[in-house]
Design a binder for this molecule. Structure first.
Ligand code: FAD
Ligand code: 2HG
Ligand code: ZN
Length: 472
């Protein structure tokens, strides 16, 4: 039984057709919990519109009936932003049927896509016209452009190309009252007042529904070199980034740091992953150089950089991938950390950022504080160190009760966020706040910033129907 009147549901069905509604309890399940099963909610209905007009009509109707909406894309978000609350009164609005690539304009280096296009499909569409769409992340086979925009996703190529905000030129958005804002402009220069698209990017579905976007394309990459290096410390990683960037400039497109604990989880749980070294090392980095020239001397450049780093003792050992299969294997090790950590029981995920220069100090002091207060917790630190963004994740102590670990979660988070903020950092660099970090944002964000955010929310969504309980 749905919490909504039959008449309302019939009207929704008139808009989206029978195939655009999910009411059956079993079929609804995949929309009601996240990838890790860390968040679980209930919904009155799941609605799957197939066009912007259908989205607008559904949103208008919900507005009239004061029904709250939870936008959802691929449901790969890591902080519960796409999961409804437990009331059973909210409607999940899934954008996954909006999968059209509306226009490709190689001369303008742009592509216009609908919100439900899966990131990997977008990357492939760019390749077809000899271009690159550079956003890249572990969930790219299922996350959607709408979700990437709504969370301002980052990933592994931010170092060179920026995050989703930097890749978007225009948006189409259905506002909370059902009006359609057509901001689908493919312009790199447009100074005609407030840049509204930036309000919706990163707003996690709390200001409106993103239905389409004009995104930037880049020249195709024609040569790539990838190395896996062992490092004595996180400080060495920071030195190494400076060295490689100095030598290679923008050819440095990826620099991912991983602690031994992270790699050990992958080796233990993910089939086909093997340690490239025979010795055990405290830290590792995955380094990628790329270029638009097919014969760019990337191997020579990277070898020169690593050679110098070996002399300076910033690198202990290194392997350069010599085939596409090896490149894929090295990236698989990095991208499997999330999955591997799931096998070790409950964990706490973080995506803090601090200035790159302060990463080593952050790790050292936070490790010490945590291990002193919560003996046995396993610190799984890795991430986009070139962006100052660490996934400083915590797995429960071996053999401990799940409930005991869960009871400590608030206190553990407090230690980590206090440290990030004390190093002039952020409690969320790329995953957003969702429901997970809402309370923390209230604690750590500047009160004036929160007041301005509330004022914007009230202007766009006076009835508070867009993803309530998230962000603010
Ligand atoms: P969802 O999870 O469905 O939604 C996320 C948020 O956006 C929710 O608040 C939802 O309400 C809102 N939303 C979704 N679609 C719309 C829309 N059309 N209009 C308005 N609001 C909308 N993130 C990174 O930044 N970097 C990474 O490296 C990274 N790696 C990941 C690796 C794995 C294995 C996994 C599982 C996740 C990873 N993520 C990463 C997190 C996640 O994949 C990204 O945040 C992704 O961008 C979310 O897209 P989605 O379509 O799944 O969104
Ligand atoms: C990554 O960089 C993702 O792999 C996921 O942002 C991080 O699972 C995580 O904590
Ligand atoms: Zn990440």
């Amino acid at each position: 039984m749905s919490a909504l009147p039959d008449e309302f549901i019939r009207e929704i069905e008139t808009i989206v057709g029978a195939s655009g509604i999910v009411r059956d309890a079993e079929r609804m399940q995949s929309y009601l919990s996240d990838w890790r099963n860390a968040y679980r909610g209930k919904a009155a209905l799941v609605v799957r519109p197939a066009s912007t007009d259908e989205v607008a009509a559904v949103v208008r109707l919900c507005n009239e009936h004061q029904v709250a909406l939870v936008p959802q894309g691929g449901n790969t978000g890591l902080c519960g932003g796409s999961i409804p609350d437990g009331s059973g009164t909210q409607v999940v609005l899934s954008l996954t049927r909006m999968t059209r690539i509306r226009e490709v304009d190689p001369a303008n280096e742009t592509i216009t896509v609908e919100a439900g296009v899966v990131l990997q499909m977008l990357q492939e569409a760019a390749v077809k016209v000899g271009r690159l769409f550079p956003l890249s992340l572990g969930a790219e086979g299922s996350c959607t452009v709408g979700g990437n925009l709504a969370t301002n996703a980052g990933g592994t190529a931010v170092l060179r190309y920026g995050n989703m905000r930097d890749l978007a030129l225009g948006l189409e958005v259905v506002l909370p009252d059902g009006q359609i804002w057509n901001g689908l402009r493919g312009l790199r220069k447009d100074n005609t007042g407030y840049d509204l698209k930036h309000l919706f990017i990163g707003s996690e579905g709390t200001l409106g529904i993103i239905t389409a976007a004009v995104l930037k394309l880049y020249p195709a990459v024609r040569s790539v070199t990838t190395a896996w290096v062992a490092l004595p410390s996180a400080q060495a990683a920071v030195e190494l980034i400076g060295l490689i960037r100095g030598l290679c400039g923008d050819r440095l497109t990826g620099f991912e740091l991983m602690s031994r604990q992270s790699v050990e989880f992958v080796l233990r749980h993910v089939a086909g992953c093997n340690d490239p070294f025979t010795e055990v090392h405290p830290w590792y980095a995955l380094i990628e150089l790329s270029d638009t020239q097919p014969e760019a001397p990337l191997n020579d450049l990277l070898e020169a950089g690593i050679g110098e780093a070996l002399e300076r003792e910033w690198v202990i050992d290194a392997v350069l991938a010599s085939s596409e299969a090896q490149v894929a294997a090295l990236w698989a090790m990095r991208e499997s950390i999330s999955e591997a950590q799931n096998h070790e029981g409950p964990s706490l995920k973080h995506d803090i950022s601090v200035p790159v220069s302060r990463i080593p100090e952050f790790i050292e002091t936070t490790d010490q504080r945590l291990l002193a207060q919560f003996p046995g917790v396993r610190i799984v630190a890795y991430g986009h160190v070139g962006d100052g963004n660490l996934h400083y994740n915590i797995s429960k102590p071996i053999g401990s009760e799940d409930a005991a670990f869960k009871a400590q979660q608030e206190a553990i988070m407090r230690v980590i966020y206090d440290a990030a903020v004390s190093f002039k950092g952020s409690i969320s660099a790329e995953h957003g706040l969702g429901q997970a970090k809402r309370a923390a944002a209230l604690r750590y964000k500047d009160p004036l910033e929160l007041e301005l955010m509330r004022a914007l929310k009230a202007t766009f969504d006076p009835k508070g129907l867009m993803n309530p309980g998230k962000v603010l």
